[in-house]
Ligand binder design. Structure first.
Ligand code: SF4
Length: 247
């Protein structure tokens, strides 16, 4: 995200409180391996989810978000073969939504892939009146139990609009604070992960950006995001293509 901000604003200073605050999706798609993967699929258009590195974006034809992934893929003719990267679960959900085959890079978000279908079903049995809202980065086995599948914004909207008073939330736990503020009278239940002993529904990368580091970053104007100019120029085109297709 920080790299995308820099690519879109090359002449502005972009700061990130902790440069280690990356993303398992981005890390799981190394540029050299991705280039070798793409070489096996000549003639394919490459659609990459925005949670990827600048180098991966630079190898893509168009970027998408979880909000517009279905629309972006559907903007290509039905007979156009497509590689979707780096999240195989999001890609699989798009593929099922459009009933369209996609070649999927085998990446995943380490937070969303940890949600347990078995424990979600147990939770649903415990709270039969609850509805389930899930992010499409979750595995298909989890998504099949959801009443609503959508991006973070879509999940927040669903929570406001649903008449249900109890919502099982299957995405990164950071969403819960805003969701509870929006819906003070509703009961929110974070979905369980496969590992009962850890807070696996909290992104360890995002949590590196603490309030203290934010303060120091603003005070000292560092650390700064730097993106290679040539990579940034190539990554800008697919980002702009997404923005055009989203209008
Ligand atoms: S939750 Fe963390 S690891 Fe998963 S996509 Fe978001 S930033 Fe990446």
């Amino acid at each position: 995200m920080a790299e995308t901000a820099k690519i879109l604003n090359p002449h502005k200073q972009v700061l990130l409180p902790d440069l280690e605050a990356g993303c398992s999706l981005a890390d799981g798609c190394p540029p050299e391996e991705f280039a070798a993967f793409l070489a096996k699929y000549p003639g394919h258009k490459v659609i990459s989810y925005i949670n990827c590195s600048a180098a991966t974006k630079a190898m893509s034809d168009v970027i998408c978000t979880s909000s517009n992934a279905v629309k972006i893929v559907d903007s290509f003719p039905a007979d156009q073969p497509i590689v979707f990267a780096p999240d195989r679960f999001l890609g699989n959900w798009v593929s099922q939504s459009l009933k369209r085959d996609l070649v999927l890079w085998p990446g995943s978000c380490e937070v969303h892939e940890m949600f347990s279908e078995k424990r979600l079903v147990e939770l649903k049995l415990e709270h039969p009146e609850a509805v389930v809202a899930a992010h499409p980065e979750c595995p298909a086995g989890v998504l099949q139990h959801a009443d609503h599948i959508g991006s973070t914004t879509a999940i927040l909207n669903f929570a406001k609009e649903t008449p249900a008073n109890k919502i099982i939330v299957v995405t990164e736990a950071g969403i819960l604070h805003k969701m509870q503020n929006d819906n003070p009278d509703k009961i929110l239940i974070p979905a369980p992960s496969t590992d009962e002993s850890c807070s696996c529904n909290e992104c360890p990368y995002m949590k590196l950006n603490t309030l203290e580091k934010l303060y120091l970053c603003l005070r000292d104007r560092t650390p700064e995001i730097v993106v290679d100019a040539e990579v940034a120029a190539r990554a800008l085109a697919p980002i702009n293509r997404m923005l055009d297709l989203s209008r």
